[in-house]
Design a protein around this ligand. Structure first.
Ligand code: C2G
Length: 130
């Protein structure tokens, strides 16, 4: 059985999130998703997500092609998570292209193209402009 792992915030869950998770699942038998904690988001972007980590985790874990979900506490722990969840493949959107290539020694690293014209930032902007 091959295991795929991927990571993200998945705030205001949208079709771009669906597309990457759905495509990621096609690379293996089991899909494990690391959800960035609120604290990690604050560290990365100096702001908190709209939906808190427990709500984001609940939403992602209810998706039928997602098999397991955990909270990602730090970007630097990817190697530990890959080993812990016995992942064979790491999938990330191509906004992260090249960033995780050093993990190629323990799993296959694949970057998939992002879905165009949608993002959490754009949704927030669009709502503001209503
Ligand atoms: N994504 C996508 N298309 C979009 C928007 C997002 O394919 N239009 C993908 C991203 O490339 C990422 C995943 O959806 O792989 C989750 O996106 P975000 O929630 O924006 O996650 P991010 O803040 O990039 O966190 O450890 C890595 C980080 O936790 C990733």
């Amino acid at each position: 059985m091959s295991i795929v792992i991927t990571f993200g915030t998945y705030d205001l869950f949208h079709i771009g999130h669906h597309n990457i998770l759905n495509r990621a699942k096609n690379y293996g038998d089991k899909l494990v998703v690391g959800i960035s904690t609120d604290a990690l988001n604050y560290k990365k972007k100096q702001k908190y997500p709209v939906y808190c980590e427990s709500e984001r985790k609940t939403i992602v874990s209810s998706i039928k092609y997602v098999d397991e979900v955990f909270l990602e506490e730090s970007l630097e722990q990817k190697r530990e998570y890959i080993i812990k969840y016995k992942a064979d493949i790491l999938i990330m959107g191509n906004d992260w292209e090249g960033k995780f290539d050093e993990l190629n020694d323990i799993c296959k690293v694949i970057y998939l193209p992002r879905t165009e014209n949608i993002s959490t930032t754009k949704i927030k902007q669009d709502i503001k402009n209503l």
